[in-house]
Ligand binder design. Structure first.
Ligand code: C5P
Length: 235
């Protein structure tokens, strides 16, 4: 990953209710951003077609679909996503069966599969409710190792978990990190934030940034600051 162009380590989250709003944002950012995350909100408002348009414009696309189903369904869904030529896709990384199926579905395509280990919205009590006695941090590591063993390409993880995950899974796995804020910037509704430099130093390979860029007075300038911070952290 070290050789990858730094500008492709910044992934901007297109958290918009309509493709018109997403299009306006992408057009405004132009060449300042080359990688976009399309999540469930936009996916259910024409976002899948829009994601193919982004690919046709030469952008990289991360589909944040968080798939979880029986192995046969996951395998075939992933194979279809791979056939679109998208770049990243999330799968719930709760068990080896699901992730093995996703890896089979990916085949030899370039689609990178990312495991969602434990949603950061879940606390100890939520996990107990699910029937797990593990603390969230331990379950994150357990599932990150499962993802690695299954042949997944990476995990989505907060910057605060990145160092422990990196130590557990070795140097090759992607660690894609949301909840990133510039020092002194607004944290919005994120509870635990980390600066770009700290996230990259802790082992993150890509940063997912939404509002600090999309809601900035000057989104192009904001994207430039994030890119510069990433480049600085990578030396
Ligand atoms: O606007 P902001 O930078 O907070 O957006 C972060 C993006 O990353 C959003 O699309 C959000 O859903 C996603 N995300 C997150 N925390 C996670 C997983 C995903 O903020 N643990």
């Amino acid at each position: 990953m070290q050789k990858e162009n730094n500008s492709n380590k910044l992934i901007v989250a297109l958290d918009f209710p309509t493709t018109d709003l997403a299009t306006a944002q992408v057009d405004q950012l132009g060449d300042a951003v080359g990688f976009y995350k399309v999540g469930l909100e936009l996916l259910f408002a024409g976002g899948l077609d829009y994601a193919t348009t982004l690919k046709a414009q030469g952008k990289s696309v991360f589909l944040d679909m968080k798939l979880l189903d029986i192995a046969n369904t996951v395998e075939k869904a992933v194979a279809n996503v791979a056939s679109f030529g998208f770049d990243m896709l999330t799968i719930h990384g709760v068990d080896a069966k699901t992730m093995d199926a996703a890896v089979r579905g990916r085949g030899n395509s370039n689609l990178k599969l990312l495991a969602v280990t434990v949603l950061t919205s879940l606390n100890d009590d939520d996990l107990k409710q699910q029937g797990s006695s593990m603390a969230p941090a331990d379950l994150v590591l357990h599932r990150a190792k499962l993802a690695h063993e299954a042949g997944m390409d990476g995990v989505v993880a907060s910057g605060l978990e990145a160092a422990a995950i990196r130590a557990a899974v070795g140097p090759e796995m992607l660690i894609v990190t949301p909840g990133v804020r510039l020092a002194g910037g607004s944290v919005d509704d994120q509870a635990r934030v980390i600066t770009p430099e700290r996230a990259i130093s802790a082992g993150a390979t890509h940063l997912v940034v939404g509002r600090p860029i999309t809601q900035a007075n000057d989104p192009i300038e904001a994207a430039g600051i994030f890119r510069a911070e990433i480049a600085k952290a990578n030396g």
